[in-house]
Design a protein around this ligand. Structure first.
Ligand SMILES: [Zn+2]
Ligand SMILES: [Zn+2]
Length: 328
């Protein structure tokens, strides 16, 4: 997951609002019914392919997808990487349950990424995203292992389904995944507070979510991206200043000029763009903090030592903070 993604969501009109139609395992659907799953069929060529309807099994419940935000999936479309396994986050409705003491049919839920073990110290602490024992769901569920979220239906362990409050739309609720989640986690790790300057490198959906989170915390925000459209969006969301990504030294000077010559207090790298990690580190003040969300890059240990920086790997947010994130 990186900030290099397009702000788009896919919706599936699957007919009746009961969500039962066409979903096997509910006791009503015919065996011949299948579901449509989004697929990349070639370079800039997409479509739908039919897959068997998933069935619930133990704590794995079936969710009808109403909204599936796009994260990095567009790169497969551009590159022609043929796949029908697109998407790792969604908002939808529980339509079929085997046994669960956490959710019921009809519950509206946010679907979190991954298939962690659910029992290790990380999972129990809400840090499931870092679980070392992700389950091979295909070996557990066979044909019912519907993991793509850009599909009509999927299966998910009930522990990774976060309730959606009444009155909140599915599109809005789906922002509680990669749209707002990773930067929420990063700012929490850095204990960002009012008056601090947060540099956000990369203003894709994840970085723009970072602007929302940082503004919400009362921080001053500087955003960096090379796309004018994204810079404008950052401004509209409350960024105090924006910088067009370009030559490293020049960008560092621009950011220092905007911070009284010191550099940003905190930085979040929200893109996989080459060199973004260096800009985040170089443009942060001495004794500052940097969080890495966008994958990739190399860092200089010497710079970390000489600047006295604190670094954080921030893949997502702790699940126990879901109510606080929802309130945002
Ligand atoms: Zn993502
Ligand atoms: Zn685990």
């Amino acid at each position: 997951m990186t900030g290099n993604s397009s702000p788009a969501a896919m919706r599936y009109d699957t007919g009746g609002s009961d969500g039962v139609e066409g979903c096997a395992g509910d006791g009503n659907a015919g065996e011949e019914d299948g579901m449509q799953v989004a697929a990349v069929l070639g370079e800039r060529r997409g479509g739908g392919v039919e897959k068997p309807d998933p069935r619930p099994q133990e704590e794995f419940v079936v969710v009808k997808v109403h909204s599936a935000p796009m994260c990095t999936e567009y790169t497969a479309f551009m590159n022609g990487s043929v796949t029908d396994g697109l998407g790792h986050e969604a908002a939808g409705e529980v339509v079929s349950v085997d046994r669960s003491d956490r959710v019921r049919i009809g519950d509206r839920v946010v679907v979190m990424p991954q298939y962690p073990c659910g029992h290790c110290f990380l999972c129990e602490a809400g840090d499931y995203i870092h679980c070392e024992h992700n389950r091979d769901i295909k070996s557990i569920m066979g044909e019912s292992a519907a993991t793509a979220t850009m599909a009509q239906y999927l299966v998910k362990p009930d522990a990774l389904l976060v309730p959606i409050p009444d009155g909140m739309s599915y599109d809005h609720a789906s922002m509680a995944c990669c749209g707002l989640g990773p930067t929420f986690g990063a700012l929490w790790l850095m204990d960002a507070g009012p008056g601090e300057t947060v540099l956000i490198v990369g203003l894709g959906p994840v970085g723009l979510g970072g602007v929302v989170n940082a503004v919400h915390r009362g921080c001053r925000v500087i955003g960096v991206d090379r796309e004018p459209y994204r810079l404008e969006l950052a401004r509209a969301l409350g960024a105090d200043a924006v910088v067009t990504a370009g030559e490293l030294k020049e960008n560092v000077e621009q950011i220092r000029d905007l911070t009284g010559g010191r550099g940003a207090d905190l930085a979040i790298k929200c893109t996989a763009a080459p060199g973004a990690e260096r800009l985040a580190i170089e443009a942060t003040r001495r004794k500052g903090q940097v969080s890495f969300i966008g994958w990739g890059g190399e860092i200089s240990v010497n710079t970390i030592i000489s600047k006295g920086l604190r670094l954080h790997g921030a893949w997502h947010y702790n699940l126990s903070d879901a109510p606080e994130l929802r309130a945002l």
